[in-house]
Design a protein around this ligand. Structure first.
Ligand code: DAT
Ligand code: MG
Length: 156
């Protein structure tokens, strides 16, 4: 079977100036069976999904992924939670993907998230807030590289 065409560089800026960002559907979303609904929202918002995987982080991998928060009081709990069950990781590609995905996610605390946003609709509390999104170009590059190699990304 012919393999799909794949990229040869792990650039955050894809061809045509399109941006890439990392999305995670967190353990609470997978456990509640709402990944389909969330992915529908992503598709309806006209992101291209260029990589997608289901996996379970070890506690050590979660700690590495969230190392930037190591000094925060919630770090231990966050790492415990993020390794508590499977997650879905995806690369979303679109014009201004980083900003647009954060907008669709809503604020970190579901209680403060805008009406209609994913976290407002599906988040349980500030920790179990259903989804993750990169917060800038460099972060997106690091976070995509954490889960995917250049060969995993579909070239659009
Ligand atoms: P975001 O996920 O919106 O980028 P962040 O990077 O500040 O937010 O924090 C990463 C994750 O850590 C967040 O999705 C949930 C958890 N978190 C943040 N603030 C928290 C808090 N005050 N109490 C518990 N968990 C928190
Ligand atoms: Mg963040």
């Amino acid at each position: 079977m012919r393999r799909p065409e794949r990229t040869t560089v792990a650039a955050t800026k894809a061809d045509g100036g399109m941006e890439r960002t990392l999305a995670i559907l967190k353990p609470d979303a997978v456990a509640r069976g709402i990944c389909g609904e969330i992915i529908s929202l992503i598709e309806r918002a006209e992101f291209s999904i260029t990589a997608l995987r289901l996996l379970r982080l070890t506690r050590e991998q979660a700690a590495q992924f969230y190392a930037v928060h190591a000094h925060r009081p919630f770090y231990g709990s966050l790492c415990q939670y993020m390794s508590s069950g499977p997650v879905v990781v995806a690369v979303l590609q679109a014009d201004r993907a980083i900003e647009r995905w954060r907008q669709l996610m809503g604020a970190t605390d579901p209680a403060k998230a805008a009406a209609g946003s994913i976290r407002q609709r599906f988040g349980l509390d500030v920790e179990r807030n259903a989804v993750h999104g990169s917060d800038g170009l460099e972060t997106a590059q690091r976070e995509i590289g954490f889960f995917f190699s250049a060969l995993d990304l579909l070239a659009l």
